[in-house]
Design a protein. Structure first.
Length: 208
């Protein structure tokens, strides 16, 4: 099975830096830590980026870097990654999520069924579309959205068969606000650093 990490590779307007190269406290980019976390789960890991040259050092037997020629956000990158994948189901995640839990990702794999095109966590009624599994069956709906210049990933969920994982299952693996935390602003970055210290101390459930 394949994992697809979406890493635009450009400075974020709200963060004023490249989110894909964010580091918390030990001078290791979050994306590198996440590759290490999921390397035992997936046979291949694809990094999809507008600037693939930034991630050449990560390439190896398991990790490959793919150019995102659409440059229209996550939707185009998902389309690119799924088209290049040899796996029917693929885990798609954003590059700026420091607290992903490999056990929860493995749990999601167990929930994959052929009758569904996607397996998506839903926290407080909000679909975590960039921490989800997608079948290659969604390639055509993605293509249709790209042609219409409709770039919101949630639009595709309205066009495919989705199995949602609810909070009552998610909380078994930690605080959902931590599991799905992503970094969009300087405030988020500082909060992530604070959470990181608590997580290292073992206080995973009570952070955020």
């Amino acid at each position: 099975m394949n994992a697809i990490i979406l890493a635009k590779g450009e400075n974020s307007g709200r963060l004023s830096k490249d989110k894909s190269l964010i580091m918390l406290s030990d001078n290791t980019p979050v994306i590198k830590k996440n590759i290490e976390k999921i390397s035992d789960i997936f046979s291949t890991i694809s990094i999809v980026s507008v600037h693939p040259e930034k991630f050449v050092s990560y390439e190896g037997k398991k990790v490959k870097v793919i150019r995102d020629s659409f440059a229209c956000g996550p939707l185009g990158a998902m389309y690119t990654g799924l088209n290049c994948s040899l796996s029917k189901y693929n885990f798609v995640m954003a590059c700026d999520m420091p607290f992903i839990n490999p056990d929860f990702i493995s749990f999601m794999i167990e929930r994959i069924e052929d009758e569904y095109d996607a397996v998506v966590p839903e926290h407080n009624g909000f679909a975590e579309v960039l921490h989800a599994f997608y079948s290659k069956n969604i390639i055509l709906p993605l293509e249709n959205l790209l042609q219409k210049r409709q770039y919101r990933v949630r639009e595709v969920l309205e066009r495919v068969r989705v199995k949602y994982i609810k909070d009552r299952e998610i909380i078994k693996f930690g605080n959902p606000d931590v599991l799905f935390f992503n970094i969009n602003t300087e405030t988020d970055l500082q909060k992530a650093k604070d959470i990181y210290g608590k997580v290292k101390a073992g206080d995973f459930y009570d952070t955020c």
